[in-house]
Design a protein around this ligand. Structure first.
Ligand code: EPZ
Length: 420
């Protein structure tokens, strides 16, 4: 297992290039199986989660190759319908093969993904949506078994207790594009990856309207064909490095961003006291002095993203005054708090709310990443802390950040990957 050894306290200065979005590339790879033709997806990042998805698709008979960040995916041999536990447990997005296989083969047997360290993550909305389209679904021996002689369009309401579900919207879209008739999804997720998935499916021949709004209309088509698509830059990676610039009181140029997708994060960082300039897909961010505390509530897009919550918490832990962070998506996504407190932060959690009493500086310590974004938050804390921070279990971070330590070192961070 690798760890990051960080000697903190150095302002980051320079340029960081953002890679392709993980959470867009994952559904796109599954959407590719809805035809027999080859699809070509560019700007693919080298990420553990994408490798896991490609391994899972290989088990189903899909052949693929990644060269120079371009994924060529040949689904013509995809006749397997069973997604085994060992592959699904590595990554929840594996559950997208449920909709993909139903759309392609009319049957799927997918291991039930279960909970995870950021809290219970049910899939009731996925299953309800697929059932409404006509799939017969059983849960047996830890597997979801779904079968449909034919899928038929209908009206589906996809909002859960914390708002629309990204994953359920993906699964229903994948199953509905080739269903008979019209499917309307009400309270669909509006996240940018849904818009990109709709664009990709439309370029494969699907007929989807309304992506990016809560009302999606899908006119089912009989056949899809292969397509080409370029993955958008990863907004959470961009948010993470913007915060890295501010927490180290540095000055960074973040290259290759969709600024519009970053608005909710930029607005909060401005409130905290960061200064921004924008130029053609590039964002320059620098810290001002003094920074101010802020109150944040995570919410579905266009709200503040839960996937940037641990990172901004690390920043606020270093800003004198009281900040309040409420988790509106995953009430239990606070596993990083005890590790931050070991670094001298003063954070108290009560239910889904964290009260952060900023301190003047964090002190380096050995800490452990337990999930992807929490791990990124600990790295940011280590960059600002005095002395040495060792973040162990960085395999969590490798799931969603391409060469994080190299990108940070290139702008002046003292960070090294060490194999234990
Ligand atoms: C996606 O997860 C992302 N993953 C997550 O990113 C992200 O945190 C999340 O959306 C929210 O933005 C991918 O895109 C691969 P949801 P997903 O279904 O689709 C509840 C990261 O760090 N819910 O939108 O699983 C659920 O419990 C990851 O990159 C139900 O109640 O999230 C949560 O409270 C972590 N029933 C809320 O909805 C359901 O059937 C939103 O979850 C499904 C979800």
């Amino acid at each position: 297992m690798d760890k990051f050894v960080i000697n903190g306290g150095k302002p980051l200065v320079g340029e960081i290039e953002i890679s392709g979005a993980k959470n867009e590339a994952l559904p796109l790879t599954v959407a590719s199986i809805l035809t027999d033709d080859m699809s070509v997806i560019s700007n693919i990042s080298d990420l553990a989660d994408l490798r896991s998805m490609i391994s899972l698709l290989e088990v189903l008979g899909v052949r693929s190759e990644i060269k120079d960040n371009v994924l060529r995916i040949d689904p013509s041999g995809c006749d397997g319908y069973e997604a085994p536990y060992d592959l699904v447990r590595k990554m929840r997005a594996s559950v997208y093969v449920l909709g993909g296989l139903l759309g392609r083969l009319g049957r799927a047997k997918v291991s039930f993904p279960g909970g995870c360290v950021i809290g219970t993550r049910p899939i009731d909305l996925h299953l309800m949506g697929l059932e409404k389209l006509g799939a017969n679904i059983k849960i047996e021996h830890g597997y979801i078994i779904a079968e449909a002689d034919k899928l038929v369009g209908t009206e589906i309401f996809l909002s859960g207790p914390h708002g629309p579900s990204v994953g359920a919207t993906v699964n229903v879209m994948l199953a509905a594009v080739k269903a008979e008739g019209v499917t309307t999804i009400k309270e669909a997720s509006c996240e940018p990856q849904i818009t990109e998935l709709a664009d990709f499916l439309n370029s494969m021949g699907a007929k989807i309207d309304g992506a990016g709004t809560p009302l999606l209309t899908i006119h089912g088509v009989k056949e899809l064909h292969g397509a080409k698509h370029t993955v958008i830059p990863d907004r959470i990676e961009a948010a993470t490095y913007m915060i890295a610039g501010i927490i180290t009181r540095g000055n960074l140029l973040i290259k290759n961003c969709v600024v519009q997708h970053l608005e909710p994060v930029i607005q909060k960082l401005k409130e905290i006291g960061a200064e921004f300039t924008f130029d053609d897909g590039c964002v320059r961010v620098k810290a001002t002095d003094p920074l101010k505390p802020a109150n944040i509530r995570t919410a579905p897009f266009p709200g503040f993203p839960t996937d940037a919550q641990p990172q901004i918490m690390s920043l606020l832990a270093t800003v004198p005054g009281i900040s309040v962070i409420s988790e509106g998506i995953y009430p239990d996504r606070f596993i990083h708090v005890s590790e931050l407190n070991r670094m001298g932060a003063d954070i108290k959690v009560d239910g889904a709310v964290a009260v952060v009493k900023g301190v003047s500086n964090l002190s380096g310590a050995p800490v452990m990443a337990s999930e992807l974004r929490g791990g990124a938050g600990l790295v940011l804390a280590g960059l600002s802390a005095d002395n040495q921070t060792v973040v162990s279990r960085v395999y969590h971070i490798d799931r969603g950040y391409e060469s994080m330590e190299k990108k940070l070192a290139s702008v002046g961070a003292d960070i090294k990957r060490v194999s234990e």
